[in-house]
Design a binder for this molecule. Structure first.
Ligand SMILES: Nc1ncnc2c1ncn2[C@@H]1O[C@H](COP(=O)(O)OP(=O)(O)OP(=O)(O)O)[C@@H](O)[C@H]1O
Length: 264
């Protein structure tokens, strides 16, 4: 089968969004189109307020677009309202959004509980995921006993609990210090390789976008459009040392040039 014959995992088609507000309409997104291949990692960058979170929310079924549609695995979310498409995706955010009164394994198992999975099955899956994200031994701990980086691991594990077709990440490591963030980027790369997940990552960090992405999509200021798309051809697995290479630095420079002049 040729590459072009592979059905995209995600299709964003002519999507646009205008919010109604007391001060009048606010056009956040003019028009955005792109496809994501199964297993691909896409990073999305753009100036503050250009509509990145709005885009993610429309892809995730949380915000109705004013125009256009989104399809996951060939199933439209907005035109035909496919519940199955929405059930096949998962989110993680900058704030880990854990329930403080639940243990780590109960937090991870929560999406399975909401789906009515039996307790034994969902806790077994939570323990597997604890190991996958490097939290073995912390299954019974409470969120307050963990560091910020560890809480983000829990948040990722919880997102992976349903085996999502598509993982939507909104600046998940934005609140972490630089060293923890590097570590989490390596972990995320390893987890993606293990699970084969298709990922859309919103970030404000150009180097994170290049380090993780197969492609980097740069959005224009509001009302946003796709400004440019950068293919990242660095081999995988990527290492922190690769950030010192000329190829990596050239890519970062090219992306930065595209968003130069915008507050990133
Ligand atoms: N519910 C809403 N009602 C009115 N305007 C909104 C609403 N939600 C978002 N906006 C506006 O839409 C634009 C895009 O917001 P959004 O949060 O998607 O941007 P962003 O690129 O994620 O921003 P940042 O990089 O700062 O996180 C902003 O101008 C915002 O004020």
């Amino acid at each position: 089968m040729s590459v072009s014959a592979v059905q995209p995992e995600l299709r964003v088609e002519a999507i646009g969004k205008t919010f109604e507000s007391a001060a009048g309409p606010v056009q956040a997104i003019e028009r955005i189109d792109f496809d994501v291949r199964p297993g691909e990692f896409i990073s999305v960058l753009g100036p503050s307020g250009c509509g990145k979170t709005t885009l993610l929310r429309m892809i995730g079924g949380l915000e109705r677009p004013s125009t256009g549609d989104v399809a996951i695995g060939g199933r439209s979310i907005w035109t035909s309202g496919s519940n199955e498409a929405v059930r096949s995706l998962a989110f993680a955010f900058q704030d880990s959004r854990l329930f403080p009164w639940f243990s780590i394994e109960e937090n991870i198992a929560l999406p399975l509980r909401l789906r009515g999975e039996p307790k034994e099955k969902r806790l077994a899956r939570a323990r597997e995921l604890c190991a996958l994200v490097g939290l073995q031994g912390f299954e019974k701990a409470r969120p307050r006993q963990l560091s910020g980086g560890m809480r983000q691991r829990v948040s990722l594990a919880r997102a992976l609990a349903i085996d999502p077709r598509l993982l939507l990440l909104d600046e998940p490591f934005g609140a972490l210090d630089a060293m923890t963030r590097d570590q989490m980027n390596l972990e995320l790369q390893r987890i993606c390789k293990t699970t084969g997940a298709t990922v859309l990552l919103i970030t404000h960090s150009i180097s994170e976008a290049v380090f993780l992405g197969d492609r980097v999509i740069v959005l224009s200021p509001r009302p946003s459009r796709v400004h440019s798309v950068h293919e990242v051809t660095l081999p995988r697995p990527r290492t922190i040392a690769m950030q010192e290479t000329t190829e990596f630095q050239q890519l970062v420079r090219a992306v930065r040039t595209d968003i130069a002049g915008y507050p990133a």
